[in-house]
Design a protein around this ligand. Structure first.
Ligand SMILES: [Zn+2]
Length: 408
């Protein structure tokens, strides 16, 4: 049945102030119109009224690993679990992601291509899940970051071939590891895994096939290589110095190029944060640094001032980063990057949809877009933490969670 949804406030995701007295008319799973809630059609619609809540676009999460458990022992599990267990875990992960208010997610690295049948099952209505975009297996070097769930490819030709294999299976995205990372013992976070020529060859070939490329980059050398290669989306962008005696090596001119080229940055600002209150064994000094990241925050704030476009991306599946955790990202964008509340909301809806290339379809409440809508108790424009209280979730016009109760 066609529906009308209204709340105390409407946030459309374009950055405008919350509007009162607005209702969204939904027909055939799409947004037909936004209208005055005091002047609604008398019949033909189911009216969904949330008088104390805010209506806004479903969240867009650009960084998940659906096959990885976020609980202790996750590295061993990712290494040893059968594909069947990985697929069952991923089934649970996509459901939790949807129920948390994420109506579009991108998976950027799953083992043995298990994400493809999961997406097929969601699209066929066999299991619940959001709109899913995939990168398939990550492209990495031999023994490189996430080699145990990626395709090892050392030369330029091997990297292009590995990317093509993902495109052949239906990936919209390629994920390539430009530096080492923390989840892979003995990979080097500060050093480059690939020269910029290899990254560029992968980008050019993915574009030829209608895809886009994102790249993990902790070390500054990897960030620089990504910018030279014309990467679409840089993940982490930590600016670690190559010299391990120094922490950061931030390059303002490269940040300007990131802004000028329109490269989207997922700074994973919330990723370690949950460990500070969930992990009983977490090092106290590290926890203090994560809560108050000092120089890292200064760098991110400077990037924001230079016009870099930040997107969501929490890295679900990393230790204590659970699949319903997306609300920590806008919260930390405000606390760490210095964004305003509405700016963080736009970053996690509209801008993230643009990054993923699905902004014609979703990311804002505008006429003609998919009715991907969430109901937030309270007003996240006043208090960004209200996004932890998403009570109702609508995907393509269907309510999948209502007043906290999961319906499918
Ligand atoms: Zn990741």
């Amino acid at each position: 049945m066609n529906k009308i949804i209204k709340g105390k406030y409407l946030i459309d995701g374009n950055g405008a102030k919350p509007k009162e007295n607005s209702a969204v008319i939904i027909e055939n799973g799409k947004i037909k119109d936004i209208t005055d809630s005091n002047n609604l059609p008398k019949e033909g619609y189911e009216i969904l009224d949330y008088p104390d809540a805010t209506i806004m676009p479903g969240l867009v999460e650009v960084h998940t690993h659906m096959h990885v458990s976020p609980e202790p022992g996750n590295y061993e599990a990712a290494l040893n679990d059968s594909d069947t267990v990985l697929a069952i875990r991923a089934t649970d992960a996509v459901r939790k992601t949807l129920m948390s208010g994420v109506t579009t997610m991108r998976d950027i690295g799953s083992k043995n291509h298990i994400a493809f049948p999961i997406r097929d099952a969601v699209n066929a209505g066999i299991i619940p899940g959001p709109r899913i975009l995939l990168a398939g297996q990550v492209v990495t070097t031999t023994a490189g970051h996430c080699n145990y769930f990626g395709t090892e490819a050392d030369t330029l030709d091997e990297a292009v071939t590995a990317a093509r294999a993902n495109m052949k299976l239906g990936a919209e995205w390629i994920k390539i590891m430009s530096t080492g990372g923390g989840f892979t013992p003995r990979s080097n976070m500060r050093a480059a895994q690939y020269p910029s020529e290899t990254l560029k060859a992968v980008v050019d070939d993915a574009v030829r096939l209608g895809g886009r490329v994102c790249s993990h980059a902790h070390g500054t050398v990897g960030v620089v290589n990504c910018v030279k290669a014309g990467m679409h989306n840089i993940i982490h962008c930590t600016w670690l110095a190559e010299d391990p005696d120094k922490m950061f090596d931030y390059k303002e001119d490269v940040a300007d190029q990131i802004a000028e080229k329109g490269i989207y940055v997922d700074a994973t600002v919330a990723t370690g944060y949950m460990r500070t209150f969930r992990d009983p064994d977490f090092d106290a000094e590290q926890a203090r640094m994560l809560r108050d990241p000092g120089e890292r925050a200064d760098i991110l704030q400077d990037m924001r001032k230079r016009g870099v476009k930040f997107v969501s991306g929490i890295d679900s599946g990393m230790l204590y980063v659970r699949f319903g955790d997306i609300a920590y990202t806008p919260e930390r964008m405000v606390d760490v990057i210095g964004m305003g509340n509405m700016e963080a909301i736009v970053a996690c809806t509209k801008t993230s949809a643009e990054c993923l290339g699905v902004d014609e379809e979703t990311g804002t409440i505008d006429k003609g877009k998919s009715a991907d809508i969430i109901v937030v108790d309270g007003n996240p424009n006043d208090d960004i933490k209200a996004l932890h209280n998403i009570s109702t979730v609508m995907l393509r016009g269907n309510i999948v969670k209502e007043d906290g109760k999961e319906l499918i």
